[in-house]
Design a protein around this ligand. Structure first.
Ligand SMILES: [Zn+2]
Length: 148
């Protein structure tokens, strides 16, 4: 059983570039057999073209999705606690919202939800944004809003 899985930086992929499998292998310094295994795993190739070619955009999507699966899924009321190394809930269900001063997309303000771990009292953080505000108000007891 292989337990070690590397995390591949997908920002180095050129979206519009078409990679040969051997180029892909040299990009990530992996064995060509690993690249072939990705194709078997679902990495799309350009059909009818030999040797196999992979479009950068497909490669990025494939790796991002593959790597996301390994992340712990959190419910709306959960945080990832770095000390417990698991999903955790906020102490007393209380959170603070701390605006970052940044916006995402069309002027939507983003903020950090900050709380303390119910199990170990470690500070917890989660990113969120204004579009979720109503939902958050229903889930949490928001004690403070900072930098709004
Ligand atoms: Zn904890």
């Amino acid at each position: 059983m292989k337990t070690y899985k590397r995390k591949f930086n997908t920002r180095i992929i050129k979206i519009n570039y078409t990679y040969l499998l051997k180029e892909l292998a040299s990009l990530y310094k992996i064995h060509i057999r690993t690249a072939r295994a990705w194709v078997k795993e679902g990495l799309p190739i350009i059909e009818g073209l030999y040797p196999h070619h992979v479009i950068g955009k497909d490669l990025k999507q494939f790796l991002d999705k593959r790597q996301q699966k390994r992340k712990i899924k959190l419910n709306n009321n959960q945080f990832y606690c770095t000390k417990c190394k698991s999903a955790s809930i906020a102490l007393n269900n209380q959170v603070k919202l701390i605006y970052s001063g940044k916006t995402i997309g069309k002027g939507i303000k983003d903020f950090n939800i900050q709380a303390y771990c119910n199990a170990c009292n470690t500070r917890l953080n989660r990113f969120s944004n204004e579009t979720k505000l109503d939902e958050l108000k229903q889930i949490f007891d928001i004690t403070e809003i900072i930098g709004c």
